[in-house]
Design a protein around this ligand. Sequence first.
Ligand code: CDP
Length: 213
Amino acid sequence: MIIAIDGPAASGKSTVARALAQHLNLTFLDTGAMYRAVTLRVLAEGVAPEDEEACERIAGLIDLSFDGQGRVLVDGEPGEPQIRGAAVTAAVSVVAAHAGVRAAIVPKQQAIAAAGGAVAEGRDTTTVVFPEADHKFFLVASPLERGRRRAQERGEPQRAGEYAAEIERRDEQDRTREHSPLLKAADARLVDTDGCTAEQVCERLLAYVLGGA
Ligand code: CDP
């Protein structure tokens, strides 16, 4: 079974997808972590995120896999926590916008899911990577709520406003790009998560999946 979950930054996709994968005994596929891993390598090599050819070369050569907890391994080494840092977060939407980077990464995502099913989450999993997924969801929440969640996650609750601004800037880049923009697939179920805990959202999705709705 393949379940695909898309939505804007910090809409709770990772937490919910991870929990859902655990419940259903499926692989959790964090597609954003893969673009973050490519970006980490781009920055480490001193390549400009705007340099499409160099980014594409790096995306083609990098070996990406996941450990048992769904954490990305970059050439066998843990990508966490560096892939969540401010430098990678600021550059990732530029790197991920290159068609050549996506062409290198999408087949890796499809191969991981082909080996026994997955709960995948990202920006284009419902539209481009797994258009035939068994279940598709599009999670949304207000920018303020998402800023609050991200600040909480990072242990800096007082900086919710700054996180909200960073999130909105990245959403704008992801929505307006030419290749695989962030958008809701017509056949994806819209789930508004404002005011809901991750557990509540997970239960809702689980009910749709198990109820066959
Ligand atoms: O966790 P957060 O919502 O901050 O973002 P993420 O899922 O880690 O994704 C980081 C960035 O990777 C996004 O802002 C997109 O630019 C890019 N991305 C993408 O282009 N396609 C995906 N399927 C997933 C992420």
